[in-house]
Design a binder for this molecule. Structure first.
Ligand code: CO
Length: 256
């Protein structure tokens, strides 16, 4: 039996203060809280919020000598890791080990999302990737804003896409040629690999795109909250200083 990746389980965001972050991600965007817990071995308080087929994980460091605290100190709040749901994390880990893929965890352990393990960032061109096998079928929680796409800046998008196909067997999503590549599930969560030159030279996770079926109530909540944002026709962008370091784009839901 092998580990099969079935979706992007969540994207992890490091925040300074979890309860402050709730004001934006839970109360303003409206993402329902699925679970919150203190993870002593990782030195964090973490929360998962529902966002359609995927979730958003918020991570607050509890002590200064942890990876998450060091990330916060050196880079500030922002996108920290990407987690794929795999059917059997232990089997998947064995396959990766057999291929000599660089890992942070050589054995799966208990995490907020279930049984989890982290790869070394050098395995995925600088992106920290987690694998998770949730304990059982997770109930679908309705959310007014849904995860759509994570944008990854790459020195060589085709090469990065090849790595993700090879390690996680991610399917390709058709897009109109060019230097960009999209992997994931059409109509569901996707990863968009773009040349770093298109995103100010940034490599790694650079932006998060979400969709909302009903924009007016969302815009009303955002205006009450007062973030730095740009409103367009059927879309909006929240500036990172208002969304805990995340370049966030939200557009009106449309089926592809
Ligand atoms: Co995570």
């Amino acid at each position: 039996m092998t580990g099969t990746v079935t979706n992007i389980h969540h994207v992890g965001i490091v925040v300074r203060d979890l309860h402050r972050a709730y004001r934006f991600w839970r109360d303003t965007l409206g993402l329902p809280l699925v679970k919150e817990a203190e993870l002593a071995d990782q030195g964090v308080r973490a929360a998962l919020l529902a966002a359609g087929d995927s979730e958003i994980e918020l991570l607050e460091p509890l002590s200064p000598d942890t990876g998450v605290a060091r990330f916060l100190a050196s880079r500030g709040e922002g996108l920290h890791h990407l987690c794929f749901r795999t059917s059997h994390v232990d089997h998947h880990l064995e396959q990766l080990k057999a291929r000599k893929v660089a890992l942070l965890d050589t054995a799966a352990r208990d995490g907020l999302a279930g049984r989890i393990a982290f790869l070394h960032p050098k395995a995925c061109h600088g992106v920290l990737v987690e694998l998770a096998t949730p304990p059982g079928a997770e109930a679908v929680v309705e959310s007014p804003v849904r995860f759509k796409r994570l944008v990854i800046g790459c020195r060589a998008p085709q090469e990065t896409a090849h790595t993700y196909r090879s390690l996680f067997d991610l399917p390709d999503v058709e897009i109109n040629g060019g230097p960009r590549t999209m992997l994931g599930w059409a109509g569901g969560s996707t990863l968009l690999m773009v040349p770093a030159s298109e995103v100010g030279g940034m490599e790694g996770m650079v932006a998060l795109s979400m969709v909302a079926p009903d924009m007016p109530p969302l815009i009303a909540r955002l205006e009450a909250f007062g973030p730095a944002m740009l409103l367009g026709a059927g879309e909006l962008t929240v500036e990172p200083q208002s969304s805990h370091g995340v370049h966030l784009h939200i557009s009106r839901w449309h089926f592809p």
